[in-house]
Design a binder for this molecule. Structure first.
Ligand SMILES: NC(=O)c1ccc[n+]([C@@H]2O[C@H](COP(=O)([O-])OP(=O)(O)OC[C@H]3O[C@@H](n4cnc5c(N)ncnc54)[C@H](O)[C@@H]3O)[C@@H](O)[C@H]2O)c1
Length: 281
């Protein structure tokens, strides 16, 4: 999709961080944008800000865990703009801990938002995209998809690996069928967002992770993202380039992704277990 002007984008997790930067950049490119998020107040603020700058946007409160809500999001997008060309399945969350300390419902929350949220977006929007002459899906994973073993982040690593596997299969299947729809996988390392505060959206009854080593790691990760993390706007620019150039992998921290793949390959070829990854590795 070379020309974005006048096209319609849907972004989930659009009220904050990378999603808000994507929505902002798409509006700057002249796209009509549908913002979806589970935080209604932040969503309204984001939408008002973009609309105040002259963008053609609508905001649709959406919980991506619920496929009926994602279908309603698609229906609203079609009602408002008549088509959808680009879908960013970007909403994501994180909680964790030592393996047996992680409540089962915390696992379900992470998998429901990160994996099933992305799956729901693909299932609902793919038929709509295929009615256009050009369409594109961007699924947000993480370098955690390539580099398992980050201390206390097991559900997150599992969910992002699942997005990687699904997106690779979908891209290959669509391409081999001659589909007009392209797929990209966004897999960043540290970005300056509110991700280390993802537990703000924990479902009722699921406690935030509280083991001291886990809390310390989150503080370390936040400090690292604040110090050396990319600006979300830089990531959004890479997404626009990848959509235009039909690139599957969007790797804002390519060296971290490559190191993760090499670590796994070394493990497979030598049989030696790698060490635990921490915020600095
Ligand atoms: N920030 C990083 O360093 C980093 C690194 C790698 C990958 N990512 C991924 O980037 C994506 C965006 O996260 P971010 O870093 O911008 O964090 P963020 O917390 O700033 O934004 C995430 C947004 O997702 C929304 N959200 C949460 N649950 C939702 C649900 N059920 N339905 C709809 N929206 C929901 C939140 O309300 C929030 O607005 C996530 O998938 C995250 O895993 C982030």
């Amino acid at each position: 999709m070379k020309d974005l002007r006048g096209r319609v984008a849907v972004v989930t997790g659009a009220a904050s961080g990378i999603g808000l930067a994507l929505a902002t950049r798409f509006a700057d490119e002249g796209m009509k944008v549908v913002l979806a998020d589970v935080e209604p107040d932040a969503l309204e603020r984001a939408s008002n800000e973009l609309a105040g700058g002259g963008a053609d946007v609508i905001a649709v409160p959406t919980d991506v865990r619920d496929i009926d809500a994602v279908q309603a999001l698609a229906d609203r997008a079609i009602d408002a703009f008549g088509a959808v060309h680009l879908v960013c399945n970007n909403a994501g969350v994180e909680t964790g801990g030592s393996f047996l300390e992680i409540p089962y419902r915390a696992w379900q929350w992470v998998m429901d938002v990160n994996f099933y949220g992305v799956l729901n977006g693909c299932r609902v929007f793919l038929p709509l995209l295929e009615t256009q002459d050009e369409g594109h899906i961007v699924n947000t994973a993480s370098v955690a998809a390539f580099a398992s073993g980050t201390s206390t982040m097991t559900p997150y690593c599992a969910s992002k690996s699942a997005i990687l596997g699904m997106s690779e299969c979908l891209a290959i299947e669509l391409d081999s069928a001659g589909s007009s729809v392209g797929v990209s996988l966004l897999a960043p390392g540290p970005v300056k967002t509110k991700m280390t505060d993802a537990e703000r959206n924990l479902p009722p009854g699921v406690p935030p992770a509280s083991e001291p080593h886990r809390v310390a790691l989150m503080e370390e990760l936040k400090a690292k993202a604040d110090a050396v993390g990319l600006e979300p706007s830089a990531v959004a620019g890479m997404v626009v380039d990848a959509v235009r150039d039909q690139q599957f992998y969007i790797l804002p921290h390519a060296e971290m992704a490559f190191a993760g793949v090499q670590r796994r390959l070394r493990w497979m070829t030598t049989g030696e277990l790698p060490g635990v990854r921490t915020a600095g590795t």
